[in-house]
Design a protein around this ligand. Structure first.
Ligand code: CUA
Length: 365
């Protein structure tokens, strides 16, 4: 019995050790890449060592006493009891209070620090959590599109930011009926926005706006993940933050301000036609997906105006790279077959329709 228990515990420990290993961990909060993540790291390290000291002293004391006073054959007397020792009682009441104070003071300071209003030059982005993808709306006055009465630039799956500048996020959870079918409803549920290398977690709650600050010091791609169970595809509700140098960011903004390009290629033109006017089965892509300059306002699904832009690294909750054409075809063929429960309806597209739609989407740079 005891042997079996030891085996189980050993295997459990080994399992834990193995799952903690990753050669290129992309969501590692211990490798901060910006000042806000660094602030959290600078709190984590001392608190961690305090916890280690407490663990070693307490557990060490328990093990020591277990060994020293364990039952032995010719030992039939109880060891001396310390019950009612006033000095000891006071000591081990005060000591933990002092330890807690050492942890509390810097923790509260960091909480206040991270809750401060953003600096005046911060970039404002509204983040919308959907089942199961992230939408980003750039609400600053210098980020308005050149069409559609100057609406904010809208993107999905990839949040593009400039390096070295604070980004202030307004986070909320949104949803709605898609095509009037409750099965397809994108329910407004609680999500959690988390880019481990850039900031802490923040809950994304319906009918409420939460905020978080983040900043990236270096250009690069930072991986994000929904961190609150929100339904079937919670684990695949991912996103990426693409940090560009200020000049590259300006170029990105200039492109995003433009309406979608009009396709030149014949197949892509057919795709545009299907997209705007409905497919053979009667399905309407445009009822959920906005294409800048073609239709405005709808954002039940990701905005696809610049779907094939270099910055749009991934699609459908960042499950697949945008360059993966076969994945896009499979997704269009039957969304729920590759992502169970996906809210995009299956329009039973024919293969020629899929080819045309893919050609159109891939022309939207
Ligand atoms: Cu959204 Cu989990």
């Amino acid at each position: 019995m005891r042997k079996r228990l030891l085996w189980v515990l050993g295997l459990l420990a080994l399992g834990l050790l193995l799952v903690s290993c990753a050669p290129n961990a992309s969501q590692d909060s211990l490798k901060p890449e910006g000042p806000y993540a660094q602030t959290i790291m600078d709190l984590f390290v001392p608190v961690f060592w305090v916890a280690v000291a407490v663990f070693v002293i307490v557990e060490g004391g328990i093990v020591l006493i277990l060994i020293k006073y364990r039952h032995r054959k010719n030992r039939d007397q109880m060891p001396a009891q310390t019950h009612g020792n006033t000095r000891l009682e006071i000591g081990w009441t005060i000591l933990p209070a002092v330890v807690l104070a050492f942890v509390t003071v810097p923790t509260v300071a960091v909480i206040w620090d991270l809750a401060k209003p953003p600096p005046a030059d911060a970039l404002h982005i509204t983040v919308e959590g959907h089942q199961w993808w992230w939408g980003f709306r750039y609400t600053d006055s210098d980020m308005m599109t050149a069409y559609d009465d100057q609406a904010p630039i809208v993107a999905a799956d990839v949040m593009v930011i400039p390096t070295g500048r604070t980004v202030y996020l307004d986070l909320s959870s949104v949803g709605g009926l898609i095509g009037g079918d409750p099965e397809q409803a994108d329910y407004a549920v609680i999500h959690s926005f988390w880019v481990p290398q850039l900031a802490g977690k923040q809950d994304v709650v319906p009918n409420r706006t939460n905020h978080i600050l983040l900043q990236a010091d270096h250009p690069g791609t930072y991986y994000g993940q929904c961190a609150e169970f929100c339904g079937l595809q919670h684990a695949r509700m991912k996103f990426r933050v693409l940090a560009l140098s200020p000049s590259d960011f300006e170029a990105w903004v200039a492109n995003e301000m433009q309406p979608a390009v009009t396709p030149q290629d014949e197949l892509a033109r057919q795709g545009a036609e299907l997209f705007a006017n409905g497919v053979g089965s009667g399905g309407q892509c445009i009822a959920c997906h906005a294409i800048g300059g073609v239709n405005g306002g709808v954002n039940a699904g990701p905005n696809l105006t610049h779907y094939a832009a270099e910055s749009h690294l991934c699609f459908a909750g960042c499950d697949w790279d945008t360059s993966d054409i076969e994945a896009l075809k499979a997704w269009l063929r039957d969304p729920s077959a590759v992502k169970l429960g996906a809210k995009m309806p299956n329009y039973h597209l024919t293969e020629p329709e899929i080819d045309a739609l893919v050609a159109y989407l891939m022309s939207l740079t």
